[in-house]
Design a protein around this ligand. Sequence first.
Ligand code: ZN
Ligand code: ZN
Length: 359
Amino acid sequence: MGDLFRDGGPHQIRRTGDDQHELKVELPTDDDGRLGRECPSDECEPKYFRVKLGTGVIGDADDRLCCPYCGRESDANDLATPEQIEFAKRIAIDEAWGGVDRMVIDALELGPSGRRSIDCGLFSLEMSYETEPRPAPQHPEEETLRRDVVCPRCGLDHTVFGLANWCPDCRHDVLLVHVEQEFAAIRRIVSSIGDDRDRRLKAKILENALEDVVSAFEGSLKYLVRRVLRDRGRTPEEVERTFAKDVRNSFQNAATGDRVFKSVLGVPLFCRSRLAEQERLQELFEKRHPITHNLGVVDRKYVTKTGRAGREGRDLIVSMAEIDEAISIAASVIASAHKTLFDGRRAQDEEPVAEGGES
Ligand SMILES: [Zn+2]
Ligand SMILES: [Zn+2]
């Protein structure tokens, strides 16, 4: 009787033991040549990311990769998504079915046609064995990710959900690259406003952009705080408690955000020399309240908070220059907080990038 698996073929099958075979399965990539990967850590969220093959310093399939979210290092083989594992299993099962077909045909001596006639004198017997065509295994379903980033250190082109800390290849800290890209996207939307747009539409885009700046500022600081608390050994439950009790939505406001950042991490968000920037950012962020709650018309609450008497009932104006200014201050505050919290430790954590091929 023949073997269930035949050596060679497109999956480079080879026998590795009495009942063991090894086969190689090439995992399909998306249209951009990106391969889905999933961190095997139970504590990690959101686990899934994609890397573009042929970029960065990734060489062969044995390379280890680092999870961009939690920093855990794993062998490439341990980063397969459940869908990729199913896809590989399906290929192995199809190969085995091919082996079963061959074994039946051999045992019944049916020959390549799959048919055999046996003449018994009084009657003759026709035997045939038909193999059902099996549908090709479906490509693993890929998640939709929207944030592509190229590591400035090793050039790895990869994609993540939301923000991420590390380059999966060289372990460079890429958090600020993600933050910059968030702000750059807002700048691009604002700069796409043409002269021909109607005034309300233009105002709406700028109002939305201001909301987006606040959201990017808040989201980035929350990400930073979460990472520092985890680095300091807090359990996920403790981190969540700090967020529910202290952090909440305080980073939507520059002054409160500064206070909370200091009380939670022990370092100020705005150092003494940046107090003017804190006041300005506070003023710009304050504008979003009438936008969110009062159709962009100045209300009593806004007048009381900002001391702008005589403006009540009028349209609140958000200018392109103000969006630009809010982004510049927000991005620079986040960058300096990041520097204060992580500089010095970064260099030793990173993997050296080999220069000029062999090292
Ligand atoms: Zn992870
Ligand atoms: Zn890198």
